[in-house]
Design a protein around this ligand. Structure first.
Ligand code: HEM
Length: 299
């Protein structure tokens, strides 16, 4: 890096950073809300402990989910100009839509033949999403491929469309599910009907998976969608490989880190379940024993 301020001035940062930060905050809020829901549902003796964190986290989750969607929309608008091929792949848009681009809720296609055999389009929607207007040209994969050959030389500049399309769709779907789940909870809370709705609390316990999977989908879309570039327009992924690093070294490192993260993940999840099962009083007793210098007991 030669200029840190150039990084700060990169417009990409100012849509990417808030999207990921708010997504992280919302994930935390869903985590607290779902564990609180467990105690409110299963361990009724802790109802007074968990009602305040439940209410606060639900509020943060609702605001966060809406913000993630709004900022995600900003980010998509930025991508249309910054990385049009990624957006074209995320929409499986094989050809340029000259005036009114439609957005598909779902599209079944063959990425090799570019043939779409089933699609549910919403007319004008892609133009609205891209430009906040009923009309607006959105470049398609075929035309971008020709343009990039002309600009960057011979090569194949199309990312894996199937993965980019579905990871984007799933991220959006999960974002809306998160918002509905959190806003529904606030509605029940305001009506004072939350504790008469065990089914809602059960749903919220599972709701923790939504932002976790959403984050993974966002990351997959981002990274897969900019292939074959490591830095769009500047450096290809293939040129980012250091010549003295062998393929075996890469595979061993990847598998090694994979195993390490897997072990750490299993330990983390087991510990979380253990502490959640024992409840906050056991944790409190554990901490005060620690403070008084009494050797901790296992619980
Ligand atoms: C309507 C909903 C959403 C829209 C329109 C949206 C839009 C986007 C777009 C366009 C990108 C790609 C950015 C790029 O390649 O530069 C992205 C990335 C991402 N999104 Fe979303 N998103 C939405 C919902 C969510 C949700 C619900 C989460 C998670 C809770 C999430 C987490 C992420 C993450 C972690 C990335 C990766 C960012 C990176 O690696 O730089 N998004 N999103």
């Amino acid at each position: 890096m030669t200029n840190f301020f150039a990084v700060l001035g990169n417009p990409q940062l100012w849509v990417k950073f808030p999207h990921v930060e708010v997504a992280a905050l919302t994930t935390g809020a869903f985590f607290v809300a779902s564990i609180s829901a467990y105690f409110l549902l299963v361990k009724l003796e802790y109802r007074s402990w968990f009602t305040p964190p439940f209410q606060i986290s639900l509020l943060v989750a609702a605001i966060g989910s809406v913000l993630v969607i709004v900022i995600g929309h900003e980010q998509a608008q930025h991508l249309i100009t910054a990385q049009p091929m990624k957006m074209a792949a995320a929409e499986a848009l094989w050809h340029t839509s000259a005036l009114h681009a439609s957005w598909s809720i779902i599209s079944l296609f063959n990425p090799l033949t570019h043939h779409t055999w089933f699609s549910i389009p919403i007319p004008y929607m892609l133009s609205i999403l891209a430009y906040n207007s009923l009309s607006g040209r959105v470049m398609g994969i075929t035309e971008l491929q020709h343009l990039y050959i002309h600009r960057y030389g011979p090569g194949y500049y199309v990312p894996p469309v199937l993965v980019t399309y579905w990871s984007f769709r799933l991220m959006i779907l999960l974002g809306f599910l998160m918002a509905v789940l959190a806003i529904w909870g606030i509605f029940l809370m305001r009506k004072g009907r939350l504790f008469q709705r065990p089914r809602y609390l059960k749903l919220l316990m599972g709701g923790l998976a939504l932002p976790l999977v959403g984050n993974i989908m966002g990351w997959v879309m981002t990274e897969v969608g900019h292939q074959p570039w490591i830095v769009f327009g500047l450096q290809k992924t293939i040129d980012g490989v250091f010549p003295t690093v062998s393929m075996y070294a890469v595979i061993i490192t990847l598998v090694g880190f994979g195993i390490l993260y897997l072990i750490m993940g299993v330990i983390e999840v087991r510990l979380r379940f253990k502490f959640i099962r024992h409840g906050p009083e056991a944790e409190e007793a554990h901490l005060s024993a620690d403070r008084d210098g009494i050797p901790p007991t296992t619980f």
